[in-house]
Design a protein around this ligand. Structure first.
Ligand SMILES: [Zn+2]
Length: 310
């Protein structure tokens, strides 16, 4: 089994080559928004900029996480940026460390409800390797959070992988588990296109609460009592794959890509972001590492495991 060959860790930071833009509406606010992604220097991270508020900037980091319920929102000095997770997930999938994201409203566009349109934008822009070595947050010890029947945990590992389990009382879903190794490009093939979803039954209550003003059949999978109103699904297990997409986007708020194995059971944005802040608070849980050329192609410890037939 050739584990080492399948693992490729980026050695240097990356940004995009040229500016790209799109427009749409926010899923929750229904607000029309134009968005532009621009290249940024090494060490910038992902930074949002509200062009409608004198270019006010909010870094995509845990410290700025605000209210988290149906989406993840960032807030700084009272300025909000909502529903950041799908774009941030695309940045992790494409290996983008540095970018400036300009918005002229308070919520990112939902587009088709997945990370695919963002991935395509980044592809269109092109990727530029930067000189600075890429720093990873490598877990040294495990951390587990539990809340009733929900849980999320992270374990030390040489790569970034996720195992997610959901349990939805719907004939099409029920108990679904999805496990994926993200370090080898699987995000783009298996995760990025999975769309967000909601049920017709909950729709009116959510609309009344003003939670899904921008929702439509074009930007989310609409579940009926026993099926899907706007099929076909992109994957038979698209629902759990979308949860992985959200988790990866929320974990991007660590500010670096994690090296660890994340296991989630019925978690959601609140637990994802709680895990991020707990990891950052306890510096004995992890170390910052860079990878050199040899390790990037074949991490020593992984090669040893592969040789041992693990
Ligand atoms: Zn989502």
């Amino acid at each position: 089994m050739d584990v080492a060959r399948r693992i490729r860790l980026l050695i240097q930071e990356q940004t995009i080559r040229s500016a790209v833009e799109c427009s749409g509406v926010g899923l929750h606010s229904g607000a029309p928004v134009s968005m532009r992604i621009l290249p940024a220097p090494s060490g910038t991270g992902i930074v949002f900029r509200r062009t409608d508020l004198d270019g006010f900037e909010i870094e995509a980091i845990s410290r700025n996480v605000a209210r988290v319920s149906y989406a993840t929102s960032l807030m700084k000095k009272g300025v909000l940026i909502s529903t950041t997770e799908h774009l941030l997930s695309a940045c992790i999938g494409m290996g983008i460390d540095n970018a400036l994201v300009e918005l002229d409203n308070l919520e990112l566009p939902i587009l088709d409800g997945s990370a695919k349109p963002f991935v395509e934008m980044i592809r269109r822009a092109g990727i530029r390797r930067q000189r600075k070595p890429r720093k990873y947050l490598k877990m040294r010890r495990e951390l587990a959070l539990r809340e009733g029947n929900k849980s999320i945990a992270v374990y030390p590992a040489d790569t970034y992988s996720v195992s997610y389990c959901i349990n939805f009382p719907h004939p099409l879903i029920g108990k679904e588990t999805f496990e994926v190794e993200l370090t080898n490009g699987s995000h783009l093939r298996q995760i990025a296109a999975a769309r967000t979803f909601g049920s017709r039954e909950d729709e009116q209550a959510m609309r009344n609460m003003g939670l899904i003003r921008g929702a439509s059949r074009e930007n989310c999978i609409v579940l009926t009592r026993d099926g899907v109103e706007n099929g076909p699904l992109r994957f038979a297990d698209e629902f759990v794959r979308h949860k992985v997409l959200d988790l990866v986007g929320d974990l991007a708020l660590l500010g670096k890509q994690i090296l660890g194995r994340v296991v989630a059971d019925r978690a959601g944005h609140a637990m994802h972001t709680a895990l991020v802040s707990r990891i950052l608070r306890d510096k004995t849980l992890w170390e910052e590492v860079t990878v050199d050329d040899d390790v990037a192609e074949a991490p020593a410890s992984v090669s040893a495991e592969a040789a041992a037939g693990a």
